[in-house]
Ligand binder design. Structure first.
Ligand code: GMT
Length: 380
């Protein structure tokens, strides 16, 4: 198949999923065309059947905000037409689903039908999408997509609760590539971070409010009082400065490292004993899955799709968002019990295997085929 993928190219989960999906499909022989405004972070190497089409929105003096949506729609029309795409898969509803609809209508006027699949990722529904500034467009463009997928059952339920949805939403879970995310021996590296054999706790995110990053620091401070440990804060975003300040106030700076954005996250996860993700809302929690694939148990909130990934008392523990006392108690229990920790590590890997890319990619392929077939019937 010739597949167009529209996504955000940034470090956010939706862009990562879209890029890994495209690369995985390319490995299976499909021709993939990424359409976005910057090269996606995980699109690092040349591959013969992978193409990248950059959207360039004109910065004309009249525009206070460059009209990205218009430029994206034009680029989609161009790529679908000249690359002869079979299907367009857009990730994150805003603005991609609406822009895809516009491109579809333009192409239809030219006698060309392009089926569109929209994948909902989370904040496009739960946080931003249901804001009145976007809701009517989000609802309309979901209903006008030829196919809609959600990355967890929880996100599907939220979508159905928040909008008047007239079509079926297929749950296709996020996935993990075990070629990349697996526990490797990084003992030399571990010694640098934790020279006296301290436990290593990690958190990865975009440091937005929804992630409750401050809770990670509070949880760690409680762990640190009972268990010799180090905290790795991976990623960057608006809450980082505030968290650094909090570490200073709590006097734990010597044992907390803010690493900023990292590309080789798997190398850091390979030396970790515990992963913490206390988010207020989380449609799936790809970061938790990446940790589990590297045999790292997870302390998480029970928000959104997290309970579909992290299993309470098996791969880690779940608490209500904001309950830092309980999260810290679970973490201490796990870190102080070598046998339990080893068992949870093994369980985390077993659970992560359910989301192996090799199992999930065929779900997307057969969904695309289904949608293409339906759209052929529609035209006839
Ligand atoms: O978490 C973010 O703020 C990034 C966001 C995105 O769209 O890039 O992540 C969402 O999509 C990820 C991939 O499907 C999910 O793993 C995250 O749980 C989801 N984030 C939220 O729902 C807050």
């Amino acid at each position: 198949m010739k597949i167009g993928i529209v996504c955000y190219p940034t470090y956010g989960g939706s862009g990562v999923v879209a890029t890994e999906l495209g690369l995985g499909l390319a490995r299976k022989g499909h021709e993939i065309h990424f359409i976005t405004y910057r090269r996606p972070v995980r699109l690092a190497h040349f591959q013969a059947n992978v193409f990248y089409h950059e959207v360039d929105s004109e910065d004309y003096p009249l525009f206070e905000y460059p009209p990205y949506d218009t430029a994206l729609a034009s680029k989609i029309v161009d790529v679908v037409h000249y690359q002869n795409l079979d299907i367009l898969h857009v990730h994150y509803a805003i603005p991609h689903a609406a822009v895809a609809y516009m491109a579809k209508k333009i192409l239809l006027a030219q006698g060309r039908y392009i089926p569109v699949v929209t994948t909902l990722h989370g904040t496009d529904i739960t946080l931003v999408g249901n804001n009145r500034a976007f809701a009517p467009v989000v609802e309309f463009s979901i209903n006008k997509s030829d196919g809609v997928t959600a990355v967890s059952q929880s996100l599907k339920d939220d979508t159905l609760a928040l909008f008047q949805i007239e079509r079926d939403i297929r749950v296709i879970y996020n996935f993990i590539d075990f070629e990349r995310f697996r526990k490797t021996n990084k003992e030399h590296f571990k010694k640098l971070i934790a020279p006296d054999g301290e436990r290593i706790v990690a958190h990865t995110s975009n440091f937005r409010k929804v992630k409750r990053v401050e809770d990670v620091v509070h949880i760690f401070e409680k762990i640190h009082k009972k268990v010799p440990s180090k905290l790795l804060m991976i990623g960057d975003g608006p809450e980082r400065q505030h968290c650094e300040q909090l570490c200073r106030e709590l006097g734990i700076c010597d044992d907390v490292r803010f690493l900023g954005k990292q590309d080789a996250i798997e190398e850091l996860l390979a030396i970790c004993d515990l992963f913490v993700i206390p988010s207020e809302s989380e449609s799936f929690g790809l970061a938790a899955l990446e940790a589990m694939a590297c045999e790292v148990p997870v302390i998480s909130s029970n928000s959104g799709g997290l309970p579909e990934v992290n299993i309470h008392g098996v791969t880690g523990f779940l608490s209500d968002a904001g309950n830092v006392t309980e999260m810290a108690a679970y973490a201490i229990q796990l870190l102080q019990n070598e046998e339990m920790l080893a068992q949870f590590r093994a369980n985390a890997l077993t659970q992560a295997k359910r989301f192996d890319i090799d199992n999930i990619l065929p779900e997307y392929e057969s969904y695309y085929e289904e949608i293409i077939e339906k759209s052929v019937i529609k035209i006839e």
